[in-house]
Design a protein around this ligand. Structure first.
Ligand SMILES: *Cc1c(COP(=O)(O)O)cnc(C)c1O
Length: 384
């Protein structure tokens, strides 16, 4: 048996065979909507119409499945489009979903505002509290247990293996949004989760130049339902978007190493800063999820949140004062971003149980030189 290929190698080669007709080392971008047939039904390579399949999308899906260690992957035009397809595929009217209480705000909105109209019920729960999760799932009724670890923006770490056990005992599938960690740092399917979803817009794409999403799973029956949603509702990734995402993924490993190293250095530098009452970064030993993160992740990632002692006004001012960290939504790109979740990424959950503290700012630490990043934060933070 050959030894299992390492992640970095797979990230560059899975689904990326050179073009046999020209030798082009990079598979071409199949910028086409349809495929000529050799007589009716005579498809070359199985391709018929690009909503159903396009070789550039296939190359991305092959790569995503290989990286997450799943049998099937489907790519979509955005993370939320991927989540929507999964929810439609897995749920029937009357089914119940249990969500972490700080999942991505758009995920909660999608289920609570849109799928609720088809009779889908939901409850949110603290995923670090296994007893609370046990109480929240309704055997036979709860069909999805949906979690995000590390969570956004409070960087909570929840135990994928334990939660999978609780979900499975109740007859639910366990879905992990792996956007923050990326498959380089965490592989939920190997920890007994059933489905991984991604906003590939973030670390996988990695360059803030493309939107996308993915669903990765092993179960053939659910996979065929997700594939049907992708085809029948049509929120597919276009060839250019799929290609850009593949191009980004090739450097995922080196980028994640640098994101993690920079974030670790920044978090350590800020420990004890008089303007901060809390640093939310799982790489710090003082973080309540540090030990658990060490067991289910191979690094701590590039996301840090900071709580400002002086409250929301100081937090807003800080977010508007950095120069290298640019004020913008999103995360996971090579450039550093700063955001004020309560009015930006998490505005949609204001006034709900998912509301985030208003003294928090969130950093997506990029791969610039860390000294420049530290200087920038030091200059923008209040002195006390
Ligand atoms: C951005 C994000 C999403 C949504 O993805 P889009 O590509 O913006 O639709 C879902 N989950 C997490 C954790 C995200 O950060």
């Amino acid at each position: 048996m050959p030894r299992k290929q390492h992640f970095e190698t797979t990230a560059i080669h899975a689904g990326q065979e050179f073009d046999p007709s020209t030798g082009s080392i990079i598979p071409p971008i199949y910028q086409t909507s349809t495929f000529v047939q050799d007589g009716i039904g005579g498809f070359r390579g199985g391709y018929e119409y690009a909503r159903g399949g396009n070789p550039t999308r296939t190359s991305l899906e092959t790569l995503l499945a290989a990286l997450e260690g799943g049998k099937h992957a489907f790519s979509f035009s955005s993370g939320l489009a991927a989540e929507d397809a999964l929810l439609r595929a897995a749920l029937e009217p009357g089914d119940h979903v249990v969500l972490g209480n700080d999942v991505y705000g758009g995920t909660h909105r999608l289920i609570d505002k849109i799928h609720s109209k088809s009779g889908i019920l939901n409850d949110t729960v603290e995923m670090m509290d296994l007893h609370a999760v046990q109480k929240a799932v309704v055997p036979g009724k709860t069909k999805i247990l949906w979690l995000e670890t590390p969570s956004n923006p409070l960087m909570k770490i929840s135990d994928i293996g334990e939660l999978a056990e609780i979900g499975h005992a109740a007859g639910a599938i366990v879905v992990v949004d792996n956007t923050f960690a990326s498959p380089y740092l965490q592989k939920p399917l190997s920890l007994a989760a059933d489905v991984v979803v991604h906003s590939t817009t973030k670390y996988l794409g990695g360059h803030s130049d493309v939107l996308g999403g993915a669903v990765v799973l092993n179960d053939a029956e659910l996979a065929s339902k997700v594939g049907f949603q992708q085809f029948a509702a049509g929120a597919v990734s276009g060839p250019m978007d799929a290609w850009l995402t593949v191009r980004g993924i090739k450097t995922l490993a080196v980028r994640m190493d640098r994101h993690s190293a920079n974030a670790q250095a920044i978090a350590e530098h800020l420990v004890g800063h008089p303007a901060l009452d809390r640093i939310y970064y799982p790489g710090l030993e003082s973080h309540p999820g540090h030990e658990l993160a060490k067991t289910q992740m191979s690094g701590f990632g590039g996301m840090i949140s900071l709580g400002l002692k002086a409250g929301p006004k100081a937090a807003r001012k800080f977010a508007e004062s950095t120069k290298v960290f640019q004020l913008a939504e999103s995360l996971g790109g090579v450039e550093s971003l700063i955001g004020y979740p309560s009015e930006m990424t998490h505005a949609s959950v204001k006034g709900t149980a998912l509301e985030v503290p208003d003294n928090i700012i969130r950093l997506s630490v990029g791969i610039e030189n860390v000294d420049d990043l530290i200087d920038d934060l030091d200059r923008a933070l209040p002195r006390r």
